[in-house]
Write a protein that binds this ligand. Structure first.
Ligand code: PMP
Length: 439
């Protein structure tokens, strides 16, 4: 395996979330990566404007993280995760808990964002059963929400294309999304829209709180094109959940560990969920790992209501939960976040990123621009009556220019690495402006 692809090798690989037939006609192949850049199979440097898939904020090929992983591989490569363990898992859980808002201090390890979401959903139902409220099984998600691809996550998710092939999943209903007419081109948090949280009262009236286990939302929705919450919205959702005895889950798979300029969006917005899901940036994207962080009251409920000490309180977990190598990657990532003063860097760079991205306002086809932290979404006019066509064309033109940008629905998404420079942001946005104009 030398990183190059020959045409006789195109058949077997069924690519995820990819237009396979189109891709295989002209593959876009990455061969190596360092810092903020990939190299492609033609030897070109490609700027990574989404930090992988919102994963590699510290850049690629970080020597300190690589060394920690190699050391771990040579010490303890794998240990069973059920009924036996290793100190790295305990150390990492303590470290993560110490970085989260008060009371979010129990950590359950998974391997990715989708597993974190389904773990959180199961945890919520089981929690109510342990409390003797077995009827609380329904979930409330949000239109345009993305919560991964497993059955639970797809059911609470609200992106039509990801749902429509699979039929009815688990019992869920959905709040409206927060993209409001009149809020276009607002920088940071939209001022209008907190009232949309009141819809939760309508859904509670419809289904009754005695049947609802949890509400799940992304504080800043990512995959639908970066939707920051309207001012006051999260607070209102929190208030309604608390009042009605419904758990609140924040899906922070994109938000946590730096993207918002904080260890969590919960911290940034000062709204604490009962359960938080994380993944991606936890290991800088290098080794798959996720973590579900719950309030101690939830953990305590499992411990106190499961009978004998020998009983498994939460019959759930993965072969690779807290694999030692993933723990080493996460620990080293958190070291690097601290050592490089990443939160300060992100907070310092965010205003410049915001100005730069919003300079695209006024270009043809640009219908809206949204941003928070180092995340931005640019919504584009449909082309050939297809929402995805123009973002796709723009992404292809950017690839030709030496930039990887992500497209989804009618938006182009940016999530530049935390370590990027103002100059690189400038080059990216200039190139993007040209590609938009020519689309
Ligand atoms: N939740 C959110 C908010 C996400 O953004 C994602 C991935 N983009 C997921 C869940 C799923 O994560 P994964 O692809 O690691 O399963």
């Amino acid at each position: 395996m030398n990183g190059t692809l020959t045409s006789d090798k195109l058949s077997a690989y069924w690519m995820p979330f990819t237009a396979n037939r189109e891709f295989k006609k002209s593959p876009r192949i990455i061969t190596s990566a360092s810092g903020c850049y990939f190299k492609d199979d033609k030897g070109r440097d490609i700027y990574d404007s989404l930090s992988g898939l919102w994963t590699c904020g510290l850049g690629h090929n970080n020597k300190y993280i690589n060394k920690a992983i190699t050391k771990q591989l040579n010490t303890l490569d794998y240990a069973p995760s059920f009924q036996f363990s290793h100190s790295y898992a305990f150390d990492l859980a303590e470290r993560i808990a110490s970085l989260m808002p008060h009371r979010l201090d129990k950590v359950f390890f998974t391997n990715d964002g989708s597993e974190s979401v389904d773990t959180a959903l199961k945890m919520a139902r089981a929690y109510w059963r342990k409390k003797g409220m077995a009827s609380k099984t329904k979930y409330i998600g949000r239109i345009k929400g993305y919560h991964g691809v497993n059955f639970g996550g797809v059911s609470v998710g609200g992106i039509v294309g990801n749902r429509s092939l699979y039929g009815q999943g688990i019992d869920s209903d959905h709040l409206s999304h927060t993209l409001l007419k009149g809020n276009e081109f607002q920088k940071g948090l939209p001022l209008e829209g907190a009232y949309l949280a009141e819809e939760l009262n309508d859904l509670i009236a419809l289904h009754d709180a005695s049947n609802i286990a949890a509400v799940i939302i992304e504080p800043v929705a990512g995959s639908a094109g970066v939707l920051p919450p309207p001012v006051g919205y999260l607070e209102k959702v929190r208030e309604i959940c608390t009042k009605n005895n419904i758990l609140l889950i924040f899906d922070e798979v994109i938000c946590a560990f730096g993207r918002m300029g904080s260890y969590s969006a919960a911290e940034k917005f000062d709204v604490t969920p009962d359960i938080m899901t994380t993944a991606k940036q936890l290991t800088n994207g290098i080794i798959p790992m996720g973590a579900v962080i719950s309030q101690s009251e939830i953990y305590d409920t499992f411990m106190e209501n499961s009978g004998d000490e020998g009983v498994i309180e939460f019959p759930h977990g993965y072969t690779y939960s807290a694999s030692p190598v993933a723990c080493a990657a996460a620990m080293a990532t958190l070291d690097e976040i601290e050592r490089q003063g990443i939160m300060e860097r992100v907070n310092n760079l965010s205003p410049l990123f915001e100005e730069s991205v919003h300079s695209l306002k006024g270009l043809p086809f640009v219908n809206d621009i949204r941003n928070y932290g180092l995340a931005a979404g640019i919504t584009l006019e449909h082309k050939d009556n297809t929402p995805m066509k123009r973002p796709y064309d723009i992404a292809m033109s950017m690839w030709e220019k030496g930039f990887y940008v992500r497209f989804g629905g009618d938006t182009v998404q940016l999530g530049v690495p935390f370590i990027t420079t103002p100059k690189e942001v400038d080059l990216l946005v200039n190139a993007l402006g040209e590609s938009i104009e020519n689309s």
